[in-house]
Each structure stands twice: as structure tokens, then as C-alpha cells.
Ligand binder design. Structure first.
Ligand code: ACO
Length: 357
């Protein structure tokens, strides 16, 4: 082990969203709701839905390939594959093992992280520490979810919110003062009942009765989650800034979990940040759970919202209850693209690059 800690940074980012678009108008034909209600209460206009044969590992794989190509890292050089997900392909094996195998990351360990929509922040902080301590040189961290498979499509309180996607980053040692500068991971399990998928586990194994009662789908007390999220998002953002001794005025870009525009606006207000420094793409994807932050990060980078050397704050909340944040100082120059490494061809189906069937 090295005597001093190293800095861990993001050297490649990838994202993938399935082709099928489900609009608010489509939902109007499925449940008693309206485009106006959804836009006004959430900011969401459309979301992507995975194909029947697409599982979370398939989404993660596409995002991972793009992140590796951008970083110029070969799969066989990875030491670790971590996948944050709430919709694993199955209980076991871990989705990360499926991704590890499909990538051909022969030398890598692999495991999943279950921390609700905060999963990517948890996984990023775990992966970073492997780099910081010298225990790993190259780590892939993905956030992937296909909650459309677990939603009750007759429950207007939840089915309008979620979309499917995956995002991934590659972590490596970076120069001092760059990369992950601080993070904060929090949980309050007493709030667990507010957002659950009750059946299918060891508490309530799957049965005809659990299926009849729709206990294998998402159950949520939206208003309570909303109040919790408004309280913790700004708080945890300020906490990671305080830990690193960076003032909110120096934040170049806030990448919040994309659940609800009103929650995001409240967090920005708490930080004193104008919305011009807050990246929002939930109008096009809805809440993609553990994928939401890396997908937003990828689009923020591609759109020029993050410049070399910027301080970037990522914050999330989710089932558990969990919440957390990370402060990252972006590298002085982009890797991968600067070195002429092209993203994986044909993998990415983010908007602007394809149209729905
Ligand atoms: N269309 C029309 N009306 C609706 C809909 C809908 N889709 N959904 C609920 N309503 C109705 C309710 O029935 C209620 O009617 P009532 O007053 O007659 O009882 C009314 O609208 C208001 O309902 P509220 O729940 O108070 O609405 P609210 O403004 O809180 O918005 C929402 C609901 C959008 C769910 C909001 O509470 C929210 O975003 N909460 C956070 C949810 C979240 O982010 N969950 C994910 C966590 S991350 C993870 O780990 C997966």
C-alpha cells in the first residue's frame, strides 16, 4: 500500500438509453392523468422504455463500452466493475458479474451496489477509494436501471415518473487536486417504507397472492419522499463543499438526481446557484434511478456545461432512504476524445442520435 492517498478521477463517461420513447400523451391513454399535470408537478415530458428482451445489464454494457472507449481503457485492464442498480437482471448473480463477463474484463472483481437512486454516488465513492488507496488502477462504475419492468402501469402516482437508462464512468489515478475531492453518504432506514418493492425477497417470497396484489411492483408515498428530498438535496451538496473547503459560488455545474424539477430547483436555491449552472435532462428521460447522474453527466459534458478544471457537485436521494453527494474537480483536459479515441459506434441511443420506432 502507498503511504499517501492518491486522487481518483473520471477519465471516461458513457451513457445509453433505449430507443422506445413513452410520452406524457401516451400515458394519458393509459391512466387518468394529463400532460399538463405531469409537466407542472414533475417537469417530465417523456421517458425511455427498455425493450422486453433488454435487461439492466444490457443497458449498463452499452454505457460501459462507451466510457471505456472514451477513456482509452481496454476491458482486460479493469481491476473492478461496480454496478449500482435497483433493477438487477435477477437476484443473483450480480448484474456487475454479467457486465464484467460481457465486457471481457477478465482480471476484474465485480459486485452490485443497492442504494436506491443514490446508488451511483455510493458506487462512485467506493470505486474512488480503491484508486485512492492504491488497491486498484482502473475501475468501471455504472448506474443502470430499468424500473419500467417493476412499475405498476395502473398506478398514476408512480408510472409517470420512471424511465430506463444506464451511465458509466471509468476511474483512474489523476493529478493532485483533481477528481473526487469529497463525498458524503447518508441513510435513514426508518424511512424505508416510503418507497418499496415489497415482494419477491425473503420477507415476502413471490407467490400467486403477491402477484395478484401487485406487491412485486413499486409502492411509493410520493409526497413524503418529496419533502425528504427537498430537505436533504441542498444540505448534502453544502456538506461535500464544506468538506473540501470549496464555496458554493465556485461550483461550475450541479448534477442533481433527475427525479422532479421542483426538487432540483429547491436544491439550487439552497446553494444560491442560478439554474444556468444546474444540469437538467429529466424532461427527456424521467427518473432513471441509479442511471440518472451518469447520464446527466455525459450530456452535460457533451453539451459543454462542464469545462476543464470546473468544480462539479453531484447529489442524489432515493429509497432506503439514502442520500449522498460527491464533489469532483474536472480534469484540466479531456482524456479519450483528445487522444482521438472514438466512442463505441452504434451503441449510444441518446436523443438526437436516433428516433423512436
Ligand atoms: N396525474 C394526475 N393526478 C395525479 C397523478 C397523476 N399522474 N398522480 C397523483 N395525482 C393526484 C393525487 O391523487 C392527488 O389528488 P388528491 O389531491 O385528490 O388526493 C393530487 O394529484 C396531488 O397528489 P400529490 O401526491 O400531493 O402530488 P405532488 O405534488 O406531491 O406530486 C409526485 C406527486 C410527482 C409523485 C411528487 O410527490 C414527487 O415527485 N415525489 C418524489 C418522488 C420521487 O422522486 N421518487 C423517486 C425516489 S428515487 C428512487 O430511489 C427510485
Amino acid at each position: 500500500m502507498p503511504e499517501t492517498l492518491r486522487y481518483a478521477g473520471i477519465v471516461g463517461v458513457g451513457a445509453y438509453a433505449p430507443q422506445r420513447v413513452l410520452t406524457n400523451e401516451d400515458l394519458e391513454r393509459m391512466v387518468e392523468t394529463s400532460n399538463e399535470w405531469i409537466v407542472e408537478r414533475t417537469g417530465i415530458r417523456e421517458r425511455r422504455i427498455a425493450a422486453p428482451e433488454q435487461a439492466s445489464s444490457d443497458l449498463a454494457l452499452a454505457a460501459a463500452r462507451e466510457a471505456l472507449a472514451q477513456a482509452g481503457v481496454a476491458p482486460e485492464d479493469l481491476d473492478l466493475v461496480i454496478v449500482a442498480t435497483n433493477s438487477p437482471d435477477m437476484f443473483f448473480p450480480a448484474t456487475a458479474c454479467l457486465v464484467q463477463d460481457a465486457l471481457g474484463a477478465r482480471r476484474a472483481g465485480a459486485f452490485d451496489v443497492s442504494a436506491g437512486c443514490t446508488g451511483f454516488i455510493y458506487a462512485l465513492s467506493i470505486g474512488s477509494q480503491f484508486i485512492m488507496t492504491g488497491a486498484a488502477e482502473k475501475v468501471l462504475v455504472a448506474g443502470a436501471d430499468s424500473l419500467s419492468k417493476m412499475v405498476n402501469w395502473e398506478d398514476r402516482g408512480t408510472c409517470i415518473l420512471f424511465g430506463d437508462a444506464a451511465g458509466a464512468v471509468v476511474l483512474e489515478p489523476v493529478p493532485e487536486g483533481y477528481g473526487v475531492l469529497s463525498f458524503s453518504l447518508r441513510a435513514d432506514g426508518s424511512g424505508g417504507p416510503l418507497l418499496t418493492l415489497p415482494a419477491g425477497g425473503s420477507r415476502l417470497p413471490a407467490s400467486h397472492e403477491t402477484v395478484d396484489r401487485r406487491l412485486h411492483t413499486i409502492h411509493m408515498q410520493g409526497r413524503e419522499i418529496f419533502k425528504f428530498a427537498v430537505r436533504v438535496m441542498g444540505e448534502v451538496a453544502l456538506e461535500v463543499l464544506r468538506k473540501a473547503g470549496v464555496g458554493p459560488d465556485r461550483v461550475g455545474c450541479l448534477i442533481p438526481h433527475q427525479a422532479n424539477l421542483r426538487i432540483i430547483e429547491a436544491a439550487a436555491k439552497r446553494l444560491g446557484l442560478g439554474m444556468d449552472r444546474v444540469f437538467v435532462n429529466l424532461d427527456r428521460y424521467g427518473n432513471t434511478s441509479a442511471a440518472s447522474i451518469p447520464v446527466a453527466l455525459k450530456e452535460a459534458l457533451d453539451g459543454g456545461y462542464i469545462r476543464p478544471g470546473d468544480y462539479v457537485v453531484m447529489v442524489a436521494f432515493g429509497t432506503g432512504l439514502t442520500w449522498g453527494g460527491a464533489l469532483v474537480r474536472w480534469l484540466p483536459e479531456a482524456r479519450g476524445r483528445a487522444a482521438g479515441v472514438a466512442p463505441a459506434g452504434g451503441q449510444n441511443e441518446l436523443p438526437g442520435q436516433d428516433s423512436p420506432p
